[in-house]
Design a protein around this ligand. Sequence first.
Ligand code: AMP
Ligand code: ZN
Length: 667
Amino acid sequence: MNTVEQELQNLRDELNAFNYSYYVLDQKEISDYDFDLKLKALQELELKHPEFFDPNSPTQRVGGAVTKNFDTIVHEHRMYSLDNSYSKEDLQDWETRVKKMVDGDIQYTCELKYDGASISLTYEGGILVKAVTRGDGFQGDDVTENVKTIKSVPLKLKGDFPPKFDIRGEIVLPFEGFIKMNEERVEIGEEPYRNPRNTASGSLKLQDSAEVAKRPLECLLYNITGSKLNIKSQIESLEKARSWGFKVPDAAKLANSIDEVLEFVNYWDVKRHNLPYETDGVVVKVNNLQHQEELGYTAKAPRWAMAYKFKAEQVSTKLNSITYQVGRTGAITPVANLEPVELAGTTVKRASLHNADQIEKLDIRVGDEVYVEKGGEIIPKILGVDLTKRPINSEPSRYITNCPECETELVRQEGEAQHYCPNYNGCKPQVIGRIQHFISRKAMDIDGLGGETVALLVNEGLISNYSDLYELTKAQVIPLERMAEKSADNLVQGIEQSKNIPFERVLFALGIRFVGETVAKKLAKHYKNIDAIIEASQEDLVTVDEIGIKIAESVSLFFASEANIDTINRLKSFGVQLQMSEAQLEGQTELLKGDIVVVTGVFETVSRNELKKLIEDNGGKVSSSISSKTSYIVAGSNMGPSKKDKAEKLSVLLVSEREFLQKLGFN
Ligand code: AMP
Ligand code: ZN
C-alpha cells in the first residue's frame, strides 16, 4: 500500500473508532473541535485522491445524496410482526404451546421492545451494502443513503463477522433530540412533531440525506438472519453483534422461566422511564436457535417470540372545559382542562386536543369522563370518552368561530388542520408573541428585556410592534411594575445595542412564517439587503438554495403588507441593520448574477466548498443537479459518466476550474 492510501486508511479507522466510542458506547474520547479537524483533514485528502474513494468513509456520514423515489427491495428473509401478550396467563399459554413443540429445557432472552421504525441492514464482507425498511414485511424501501448518516450504524464491521448476513433493528429518535427538534420547529411557526416514533420513520423517507444527518437518530439492533452463521442462541447473537460494532442495548437478559421473564418485565416497566428513548414493552424469545427453527412461523409472526406490552399509563378524569390558545403565528390550539389527576408520576391538568378534527373525531364534550394516556407524547393525550358516564344533558362541542382574544373570525386554509386568527396586527397574543420572538436570544438578543416585560409594555399601550421598542424611553418604563432605575437603564441600553445585530439575524427576528435561522441566513446572503428581498418575486425567491414555494409564498405575503413595510422603514430609520455590513460584503460581487452553477468532480487549487462559496459570494447560485436551467458546470477531474451524459444531452456548457477562476479575475 502506498503512503497516501495508508494515511487515508489510518484517518478513516481513527475517525470510525471515535464515532464508535461516542455513538455506540456513549463514551467521549475526543473534543468536537479535534474531531472536526481530523474529519476536515480526511475530506481534503480524499478530494485530492479520488482514486481511493470509499463509499463507507466517515466523511460520507454528512449525507448529501438526494433520493427522489425510493426503490422497492424484496426482503431475502421476510420481516415478521410479533404476537402480543398482556398478562402472565398469556405468557404461560405461550409457554405451553412452545413446550408441546420442542423438547428439553427452554430458556428465554428478554429484550426491550424499542418503539421506532424497523430496519433491515445487509452486510457483505463487513461493509454495509443495503438498508431497507420493513414495508409490508415482504418488501420495503431502499433507504441506504439515509441510514448511512446515522452514526451508530457501522459502515464497516470489526472482528470476526460472517461474510454475508442481514441484521434487524429499530431506528429510534431519543427524547432529548426530539424535544430539541420541536423547539426549533415551534420557533419558525411550524406545528411540533407529535411523537418520536413517527418522526423517526418519517426521517427515513426524507429525500435529502443531509437533512437526515442532522437528526439525532440511533439504531438499536436485535436480530441476525442469514445462513451458516455459526450462532447457537439469541443471547449469543446479541453478544456477537455487539462485538462487530453494533449498538445492542445491554438490558437483554436470559430467563429460565416465565416467572423470571415477569421479573424482567416488572423491573423495566418502572425503569424504562429513565431510558433516553421510547420503549413499549418487552420481547421474549426462545433462546436456543435450534428450538426457534423447530417452532417456525405462523402466517404473520414467529412462534418462538412474544411481545409483552407494557400497560400504557392511562387514567380517566373529567373534562372541565376546552379553552383555546392563540400562538404567535395566530394558530389556534384547543386545550383540554382536566380535573387534576396523577399519571406516570406527575399531576396532569391539561392535554392538547390538537385541532377541530380531533375534537370531532373523539366526539369529546365538556363534562365527559375521558381517558388520558401518557405515551410517547410529551404532552398527555386524550384517547377517548367513557360514554357510559356521559351526562344526559351533554351537548356536542362546537369549535369556536372567532378568536378568543380579539373576536376576529377565524380562517382555516384548504388542506390545513389548524384554524388561524387573521388579525395579524391587532390580536394581542400574536403581537406580544412576535415581539417576544424579536427580542429572543437567537434573534435580536436584547439583554435586559424579558418576555413578561414585553407583555406589560404591550398591555400598557407603550408598544404595539417591535419597531416601537426603539422609541422607548427610560421615563416611560420606570413607572412599570417591578421596574427599578437600574433595570430601566439596562432595558434601554439593551435595545440600543441590538442595532449592531447583523442583518441575517434581524431577518430571522422579523418572525416571517417558515423563515428560521438557516433560511434567514440564505436569504440575507443571497439578497444582501432588505429592499432586494422586498422586491423579489416568488419565482426569484425559489431560485435561492433551500427556499421552496411554501417559504417563498410566506415571504411575499409578509412584504405585501403595508403595515409590515411601515415597520421595516421605521426599523431602518432607527439604524437597525437591514443590509449586510461592509465586512460581510467583502469579496462579494455580482459577477455571476443569474448564473445557476453545478459543481462536480475534483479540483486542484480550491476545495469544492471554497468553490461553492465563491459562486455564492459572487451572486451565483449553486445547484446540486444538472437540468435545463443550469447555466454551466464547473467540472473538475473525474466527472461521473452519468453527469457527463446528462450535460451533453442538455448541451450544458462545461467550464474548467481554471476558466472559472479566471472569470472571477483570479489567475
Ligand atoms: P409490532 O409492530 O407490534 O408487530 O411489533 C413488531 C416490531 O417490534 C418489529 O417489527 C420490530 O420492529 C419491533 N421491535 C422492537 N424491539 C424489538 C426486539 N427487541 N426484538 C424484536 N422486535 C423488536
Ligand atoms: Zn385574534
